[in-house]
Design a protein around this ligand. Structure first.
Ligand SMILES: [Zn+2]
Length: 147
């Protein structure tokens, strides 16, 4: 067991704390950094799991990227892809839905693609979610070349 961020060896306690809190293998130092992020930016822990899932698949992403007006859960700047984790999918009101659509429209106008992923998907289908995002990245790359 090693930290997926710095490769430091994890003892049983480090591993347990990290898995219980975040669901990924991180050393105590990196767990603390993530806990600060969760506190400051309200980062869903599924965003952290997806971030490391993508990293594991060789994708360089940014966690909590500030786009000038808001913080994006995960941004893949190379292909201008923003990923938002919907943490309260079932409680989405129509006001929130139209606000979300408007935000998506604005970022689309600026050349960014936004996808929203329900947190339950990461919980149950992390691998498949990563595979699909890889496909989206490939598709975007082809389109960017075409422009
Ligand atoms: Zn570490």
């Amino acid at each position: 067991m090693t930290c997926i961020e710095c490769n430091k060896k994890l003892d049983y306690q480090d591993h347990k704390v990290s898995m219980d809190n975040l669901g990924v293998e991180l050393c105590s130092e990196h767990v603390n950094r993530m806990m600060v992020l969760i506190e400051k930016r309200n980062t869903p822990k599924e965003a952290i799991q997806l971030y490391y899932g993508l990293k594991d698949a060789g994708v360089t992403a940014m966690l909590e990227w500030w786009d000038g007006t808001k913080s994006i859960d995960i941004a893949i700047s190379r292909v201008k892809l923003n990923i938002i984790i919907d943490s309260e999918y079932n409680m989405l009101t129509h006001e929130q839905a139209i606000n979300d659509l408007e935000k998506t429209m604005h970022s689309f106008k600026n050349g960014f693609t936004t996808i929203r992923i329900p947190h339950v998907l990461i919980k149950h289908y992390l691998k498949e979610t990563v595979t699909n995002i890889l496909g989206i990245i490939d598709g975007l790359r082809v389109h960017l070349k075409a422009i």
